[in-house]
Design a protein around this ligand. Structure first.
Ligand code: ARG
Length: 387
């Protein structure tokens, strides 16, 4: 009997996948990764076992997720197509890495996931696994099984007695972790339709957010957020704290059309309060401490790094080389950013750092001025000369 390790979420696709793999003659081991999606893992595990899995692993990967994946993206300033902070994309290579480790421990022959053949996640899981162990076979039941639509799949689940939360009325596909949430399908597939309020789980409608702003001070050490309002938090707790405050003020909602790796344009809704706050603050701190050439050069690196994450190329040589570069740029990204959250907005209102390159005596139009304006005349002549 062939052994397969299935990355299991407890959702519709992976639940049907257990049954389907079992019917195809596999010994199914499920792997439930806790990346901060805040679910009842006992219940999910029980569901997997009652659906036909022989064995179930639940691993708490939250710390590793935040420290090695989310913070790497934050330091890089990675954001896909100027809108998506990559919460889902970042979790995939981590899950794949542990899935491969479990396969080794269990001497399994194959890995499986519940992704469709139209999305990015299939690529991220499979490319990562292939890089880590090319001998493991990858199975994508959803790509090959007989159901044509989600409704047919729901019917299959019902017929086989698989417990599921999805109904035909609320057919959203949701992915959640400690960093944020991705929501698609159903009515959202019409790009003209405003998202119904019911899809949001992490943020209130900015319209209903408090009528007074809240101020936040975020302190960074070498590009990593360490304190909020002068209080130290662990990496995972800092995300929780900021998701809470940001969510309460309606910060971090994104409605976008994005270019998927397989060439399809899709409409996705994201909620990422903590990411929005941290990205805004981190960018601002870099503006204060980085020299101009590094800052401008790094903008190009940010784009590339975001693409590598989005395209499932986390475990590649280039990604590792860029990490070395990015970490080098963060040596002086230490300081504090003051933000104001108000009805969906996240505004920078103050910044300070022991490594600040802002010199008031150069910038000022007041008495402290030490800049010799006469020098500019010659500078401009030479600067413009070639043209
Ligand atoms: N489009 C996002 C990405 O490729 C999220 C994918 C998962 N989305 C979902 N609603 N299940 O990273």
């Amino acid at each position: 009997m062939k052994k397969v390790v299935l990355a299991y979420s407890g959702g519709l696709d992976t639940s049907c996948a257990i049954k389907w793999l079992e019917e195809k003659g596999y010994y199914v081991i499920v792997f439930i990764a806790d990346v901060g999606q805040n679910e009842n893992f006992k219940a999910i595990k029980a569901r997997a076992l009652s659906t036909g899995a022989q064995k179930a692993y639940v691993l708490d990967l939250q710390k590793e997720f935040v420290e090695d994946y989310v913070f790497a993206a934050l330091k890089a300033g990675a954001i896909y197509e100027r809108k998506y902070l990559l919460a889902t994309a970042l979790s995939r290579p981590l899950i794949a890495k542990h899935q491969v480790a479990i396969a080794h421990k269990e001497k399994a022959d194959a890995l499986a996931h519940g992704c469709t053949g139209k999305g990015n996640d299939q690529v991220r899981f499979e490319v990562t696994a292939k890089i880590l162990d090319p001998k493991l076979e990858s199975i994508a039941p959803v790509r090959i099984w007989e159901f044509k639509t989600r409704n047919e799949e729901i019917d299959y689940a019902k017929a086989k007695g698989i417990p599921i939360d999805v109904t035909k009325k609320k057919p959203y596909s949701i992915d959640k972790n400690a960093y944020g949430m991705s929501i698609e399908a159903g009515i959202l597939e019409d790009p003209w339709v405003e998202p119904p309020e019911e899809i949001y789980q992490m943020t209130v409608n900015p319209q209903n957010a408090p009528s007074r702003p809240v101020y936040l001070e975020i302190e960074f050490q070498k590009g990593i957020p360490v304190k909020v309002n002068k209080k130290a938090y662990s990496p995972i707790n800092i995300l929780q704290k900021l998701n809470e405050i940001g969510g309460a003020h309606g910060v971090g909602r994104v409605d976008m059309i994005e270019n998927r790796l397989v060439g399809i344009k899709s409409r996705e809704i994201y909620e990422c309060p903590s990411g929005t706050i941290l990205y805004t603050a981190h960018q601002e701190l870099e503006a204060l401490v980085l020299d101009r050439e590094t800052m401008h050069y790094k903008q190009g690196i940010s784009l590339k790094y975001a693409d590598l994450i989005y395209y499932g190329l986390w475990e590649t040589p280039l990604k590792k080389q860029l990490d070395d570069y990015i970490n080098r740029t963060q040596t002086h990204v230490t300081g504090t950013i003051r933000l104001k959250l108000y009805r969906g907005n996240c505004m920078v209102v103050g910044r300070k750092s022991p490594f600040s390159r802002y010199k008031e005596e150069l910038a000022t139009y007041g008495e402290k001025d030490i800049f010799d304006q006469n020098l500019s005349e010659g500078f401009i002549k030479i600067w413009g000369m070639p043209f």
